[in-house]
Design a binder for this molecule. Structure first.
Ligand code: G3H
Length: 218
């Protein structure tokens, strides 16, 4: 499973990208709004850092407007993936982008049928949301597994981005369930690296080394 960062914060993108593990970035209007500057500027800065796909979400509610917004985003770089909310209007926009060779990420996927419909409209990616499903007492990880099985059974090339990830457990389980990509906040990426036994081990190595050096130099 590839790792994407889910943020519109340029410092977080830089910090995560420096780790060498980031294959792409996803943003959404809520994340963009937190940055307090023009989204086009944010997008421009992110595109300057990242090699892989960068999802930019349309905010119009009708296909015509989504298409206009998405084409503007896509004109910035071939790294841009137009993120489109699931729905009838969204699918029309996705079908349009697919015909033009513009990558799309269909977001707000909560059922296997939604993923199937998005893939048949020509979506490059679908984004099932794990945490938001868990919040309403449904199994988000089972959804990832179900979509992965369906795409494998029917040889559907659309890639699954496990989204709405909150914990390292979500990351492990989404990868095991067959997600191609997991997109997550910087804080989760940081947690994936950490373990108390690693910290204790580093401390012990350094303590032993200091004692040895003190003894040798004494
Ligand atoms: O847009 C994609 C995100 O992963 C959204 O999910 P979240 O707001 O629950 O983190």
């Amino acid at each position: 499973m590839k790792i994407f960062i889910d943020t519109a914060n340029i410092e977080e993108v830089k910090a995560a990208y420096d780790l060498g593990v980031i294959a792409g970035v996803t943003t959404n209007p809520s994340l963009a709004a937190k940055e307090g500057r023009a989204f086009e500027d944010v997008l421009h800065d992110i595109l300057g850092i990242v090699d892989g796909p960068v999802s930019a979400q349309v905010t119009d509610t009708e296909a015509k407007g989504m298409i206009a917004q998405g084409e503007d985003f896509a004109a910035l770089s071939d790294k841009v993936t137009v993120k489109v909310p699931m729905g009838l209007e969204g699918l029309k926009a996705v079908a349009h982008f697919a015909k033009r060779g513009i990558k799309t990420n269909v977001t707000l996927i909560f059922t296997i049928n939604q993923a199937l419909m998005a893939s048949r409209a020509g979506a490059t990616f679908v984004s099932p949301f794990i945490n938001r499903l868990e919040n309403v007492n449904h199994d988000g990880l089972q959804l990832i597994e179900g979509i992965a099985d369906l795409f494998t059974t029917h040889a559907i090339p659309t890639e699954i981005i496990a989204a709405s990830i909150r914990t390292p457990y979500h990351v492990t389980k989404a990868a095991q369930a067959g997600a191609h990509i997991g997109t997550m906040p910087y804080d989760v990426i940081r947690q994936l690296v950490q373990h108390p036994l690693t910290d204790q081990g580093v401390k012990k190595f350094l303590d032993d080394w200091s004692k040895y050096q003190a003894a040798v130099l004494a």
